[in-house]
Design a binder for this molecule. Structure first.
Ligand SMILES: *Cc1c(COP(=O)(O)O)cnc(C)c1O
Length: 425
């Protein structure tokens, strides 16, 4: 079934560390080989052996419209004919910035970058620059890309591979990263009372989606806003996943919280390598060349990436988020019922177009609780679903994604696959 992927994986391992260009893709902790993808369409992937899968990873979030959406590929084809990179301003940068500013209530100005990692790294520099302070609060199990400051108790691949700290990150850098459990306002209050005058910012995923899916408890985000106001620190919403996924206005609109800075990526690039950070003009105007905080990029504002982003956001504006949320919730509930029927404990949090199974008996509000999820059962679930044509994230610390291109038949097929699983219970 996986002959060609096996062969490609072997070739890749000789040329790329671990055979991949991003760790979780290697499928190591689910005891599988990675599938090499030949093409994608709508809510589906096709691997190099010709197997067709219903895709619940969606490139880890960007493909909310599904793959090969004609409005996006059409805009890309038109942009391609005009050249691939100019290293100079182009009209599409303004168009994408305008769409973002119109959609996100907390964003007045934007700087385009090339990945989510660059966005969070640069937003932190800006927060440090404008406050003159060095420390940042991050939450255990939240992932903000792979910049040094954020590689303390991080989620996503760091959690998946159980890498404790990361060699190569200077101790002095992570000493400025203060950690608190997600949803724990008391712990944050305690950090402020001890280090308040040195804290530049809190960075938070408004819905945590890199330790599996963990929703903010009522009052948590409001509490962070209040503490930041009290200690004159900046509140950074990392909306790299939630931006344009939780709602067209993103998490900041859905939860009605006004962050100072917002980081973006994934969906805003429509599948091309894009990130952005934005926020209040009074902070953003400190970025060079308007101000003196340096940030730059050879390919930033790339015309192809901007065209894909603009086409994606313009189409999303007219999509029915409420309907997709309901379809996703119905799917997640049915999936949980089926799994429970097989004798396994499961928690299945869901919001907007995201869901994630935790194989444990109690609800999950932070990373310690997420770690109670039985990873052996997860691996078995993953492998059996993949064999049945259902493509899930190969880690119990990632989040399932649905798209506007998923059909009722796709959901029904995924549930049918789940019905035939066997956990030996
Ligand atoms: C994916 C992600 C990032 C990093 O984005 P890259 O484009 O992979 O560098 C940062 N923050 C969050 C919340 C993410 O999910």
């Amino acid at each position: 079934m996986y002959n060609r992927s096996c062969q490609l994986y072997e070739e890749a391992c000789a040329l790329l560390p671990g055979g991949v260009n991003s760790p979780v893709r290697a499928c190591k902790n689910v005891d599988s080989i990675p599938l090499f993808i030949a093409r994608a369409y709508a809510g589906h992937l096709v691997d190099a052996d010709g197997n067709d899968y219903i895709d619940f990873v969606l490139s880890w979030g960007p493909m909310l419209l599904g793959h090969t959406d004609p409005s996006v590929t059409g805009a890309l084809a038109a942009a391609l004919a005009r050249g691939t990179s100019y290293g100079a301003p182009c009209p599409a940068e303004i168009e994408l910035a305008r769409e973002i500013v119109a959609a996100m209530p907390g964003v007045e100005m934007v700087r385009m970058v090339n990945s989510g990692t660059e966005a969070t790294m640069s937003a932190l520099r800006l927060a440090r620059g404008v406050t003159g302070r060095d420390k940042v609060i991050k939450f255990v199990g939240c992932y903000h890309g792979h910049a040094d400051s954020f590689l303390a108790a991080a989620g996503s691949g760091v959690a998946t591979l159980s890498i404790p700290g990361t060699p190569g990150v200077p101790r002095a850098v992570v000493e400025d990263t203060l950690l608190a459990p997600y949803n724990d306002l008391d712990a944050v209050t305690e950090l402020f009372s001890r280090h308040g005058e040195n804290i530049a910012a809190i960075i938070v995923e408004p819905v945590a989606a890199n330790m599996g899916l963990v929703l903010p408890l009522p009052g948590f985000l409001e509490g962070l806003r209040k503490l930041c106001d009290e200690y004159r620190a900046l509140l950074i919403f990392d909306e790299v996943i939630t931006g344009f996924r939780l709602d067209y206005g993103s998490a900041q609109q859905r939860f009605n919280i006004d962050p100072d800075l917002v980081t973006m990526g994934k969906i805003i690039g429509g599948g091309l390598p894009v990130g952005a950070f934005g926020g209040k003009k009074r902070f953003m105007e400190h970025i060079a060349p308007a101000g003196d905080i340096y940030q730059a990029g050879t390919l930033s504002g790339n015309p192809l990436a901007m065209a894909a982003g603009v086409a994606t956001l313009r189409k999303l504006k007219n999509c029915d988020y409420t309907a997709l949320e309901k379809r996703t919730a119905d799917f997640a509930k049915s999936l949980a019922d089926i799994l429970r029927g097989k004798g396994v404990d499961v928690q299945m949090p869901t919001i907007a177009s995201m869901f994630s199974p935790f194989f444990c008996s109690t609800p999950v509000a932070n990373f310690a609780e997420a770690q109670k999820s039985d990873q052996k059962i997860f691996a078995s679930f993953y492998k059996q679903m993949r064999m049945r044509g259902i493509y899930l994230a190969p880690s119990g610390f990632e989040t399932g994604m649905t798209s506007f291109a998923h059909t009722d038949e796709d959901f029904a097929r995924a549930l049918e696959a789940a019905s035939s699983l066997d956990f030996g219970k």
